[in-house]
Design a protein around this ligand. Structure first.
Ligand SMILES: Cc1ncc(COP(=O)(O)O)c(C=O)c1O
Length: 411
C-alpha cells in the first residue's frame, strides 16, 4: 500500500476547482472588468465582488458583508472598525493562527492569550478570567471546522460589554445550535486563502449586522472612501478618516463565488465520511475524539483525537503513517507563545508595540509555562484530514487502520 494514499492536497476547495470557477473567471476576463468599482459601463458596476458579498450574506446569515484581500486583512479591518486601538486589550486563544495575534498588535491593542478547551477552541471560562478594565473584545476562533462554545462565550463577553469577533476562516458553513457560525457575534471574518475549505487562492470577508461597523470597514478597506455601491446599502454617516487599501478584485471574487456555491457540497461530503469513520472505528482504546461544542455542526474536514501522552500521540502518528493514513496537522496553527514575533514582542516601530511597558519580556501571559492546558492538549492530539476526493473505501481504511493501531494489531 502506498504510504501517500491519504495525503490530501492542501485545501479542500482547491481540489474541487472545476468548470464553474473557470466560467466565472472567463466571464471577468472577457469583459475586461477586473476592478470592482468601475468597468465599461458607468451605469453598471462589475458584478462579481458584489455577488460574493450578497450570496455570503445569505449563506452565512449576516446582512452586511465586505470583500477584502485576505482573512488577515478582514481581521485588521474588523478590529479597527470596532474601534479597537492603543490601550485596549483583546482576548484571543493562545492556540490560534498567526494573524489572530498580529492583527490585534497592528491596531495598537494588546492581544491577551487565553487557554483553549478540549475542543481546541477558546475556553469560554477564560473570558471572565482574562478580562480587565482595558479589555474591549474577544476574538473567537472556530478551529478547523468546528464551532467554539458560543453561547457561554457570548454571555460572558456581552455582560462585560465586550465586542465579539468570530473568526470563521477555518469553518465557513459550520453551524452552532443550527445557526451558521459568524451569525452569533458582533462581527465575523472569513478567508479564501488556498488552505481553506473554500478558496480563491487569497481573499477574505468581513461580515456584520452593524451598519456603523460596515461603513467603517468599507472606509478602512478603501482609503477612507465610501463609494456609491455602499451608499446604497446604507448612507454615509461617519466623518471620513484615513483608511488602508485591501479591496477584493473581480478575479478573486469570480473564484470565490463559484466556491461559495460549492460550500454545502464540500461540507456534506466531509460530514458523511466523518460519520462513516466514527461509526466504523467504534470505541478505541487509548484514543478519545475531540469533544465538540456542537458535533452536528462540525464541517467535518478534519477529525481530531487525543492520545494519553505526547509520546503515545507521536507513536500513533507513525503507525498510521505506515498504514498510509496521513495524520500530520494540516493547519498552520501554533501556540502563539512559541512564535518568534511573540518571543521578541517587537513591532515595526518600537512606539507601536503594545508590549513596550511590559518588562522583562516575554512577560507573564506570553510564555509556555503560563498555558499548561493548551500545552498539554496540543501535544497529545492526532489529526485525520478528510479530502474532497476521499471515497467510502478511503474512510473505511482510515477507520480500520485506527482500530488496528489502537489495538496493537498493525504492522
Ligand atoms: C483562524 C484563521 N484566522 C485568520 C486567517 C487568515 O486568513 P488569510 O490567510 O486569508 O490571511 C487564517 C488563515 O490562514 C486562519 O486559519
Amino acid at each position: 500500500m502506498s504510504t501517500a494514499r491519504f495525503r490530501p492536497p492542501l485545501g479542500l476547495g482547491s481540489a474541487a476547482i472545476g468548470p464553474e470557477e473557470e466560467a466565472l473567471v472567463l466571464d471577468v476576463l472577457r469583459r475586461g472588468e477586473l476592478f470592482r468599482y468601475y468597468g465599461n459601463d458607468p451605469a453598471r458596476p462589475p458584478p462579481m465582488v458584489a455577488a460574493v458579498e450578497r450570496e455570503a450574506a445569505e449563506r452565512f446569515g449576516i446582512p452586511y458583508t465586505l470583500g477584502v484581500t485576505s482573512g488577515t486583512a478582514a481581521l485588521e479591518v474588523a478590529l479597527a472598525a470596532a474601534g479597537i486601538g492603543p490601550g485596549d486589550e483583546v482576548i484571543i486563544p493562545a492556540w490560534s493562527w498567526i494573524s489572530c495575534f498580529t492583527s490585534v498588535v497592528r491596531t495598537g491593542a494588546r492581544p491577551v492569550l487565553a487557554e483553549i478547551d478540549a475542543s481546541l477552541c477558546l475556553d469560554p471560562e477564560e473570558v471572565a478570567r482574562r478580562a480587565t478594565p482595558r479589555t474591549r473584545a474577544v476574538l473567537v476562533v472556530h478551529y478547523q471546522g468546528a464551532a467554539a462554545d458560543l453561547e457561554p462565550m457570548l454571555h460572558a463577553a456581552h455582560r462585560r460589554g465586550l465586542f465579539v469577533i468570530e473568526d470563521c476562516a477555518e469553518a465557513p458553513g459550520a453551524t452552532y445550535r443550527g445557526r451558521p457560525v459568524g451569525s452569533w457575534g458582533d462581527a465575523a471574518i472569513y478567508s479564501f486563502q488556498h488552505n481553506k475549505p473554500i478558496t480563491a487562492g487569497e481573499g477574505g470577508l468581513v461580515a456584520t449586522r452593524d451598519l456603523r461597523l460596515y461603513e467603517r470597514a468599507v472606509r478602512l478597506s478603501d482609503l477612507g472612501q465610501y463609494r456609491p455601491h455602499h451608499a446604497q446599502v446604507t448612507p454615509p454617516r461617519e466623518a471620513p478618516f484615513s483608511g488602508g487599501q485591501c479591496r477584493m478584485s473581480e478575479l478573486t471574487a469570480a473564484v470565490a463565488l463559484a466556491q461559495l456555491r460549492k460550500l454545502d457540497r464540500i461540507r456534506d461530503h466531509c460530514r458523511r465520511l466523518k460519520s462513516r469513520i466514527l461509526a466504523q472505528a467504534g470505541n478505541l482504546t487509548g484514543f478519545s475524539w475531540r469533544p465538540l461544542a456542537d458535533p452536528a455542526g462540525d464541517f467535518g474536514f478534519e477529525l481530531y483525537g487525543y492520545a494519553p501522552s505526547a509520546d503515545a500521540a507521536a507513536q500513533l502518528r507513525e503507525q498510521l503513517d505506515a498504514c498510509g493514513v496521513w495524520c500530520q496537522k494540516r493547519t498552520g496553527t501554533y501556540p502563539q507563545y512559541h512564535r518568534e514575533y511573540v518571543k521578541t514582542g517587537l513591532t515595526a516601530h518600537p512606539a507601536l508595540s503594545p508590549f513596550r511597558d511590559l518588562s522583562p519580556w516575554p512577560a507573564h501571559g506570553y510564555r509556555a509555562e503560563d498555558f499548561p492546558r493548551t500545552e498539554d492538549l496540543t501535544s497529545r492530539f492526532v489529526a485525520l484530514p478528510i479530502g474532497w476526493r476521499f471515497t467510502d473505501d478511503d474512510a473505511d481504511h482510515i477507520a480500520s487502520s485506527l482500530r488496528d493501531v489502537t489495538t496493537g494489531t498493525s504492522g
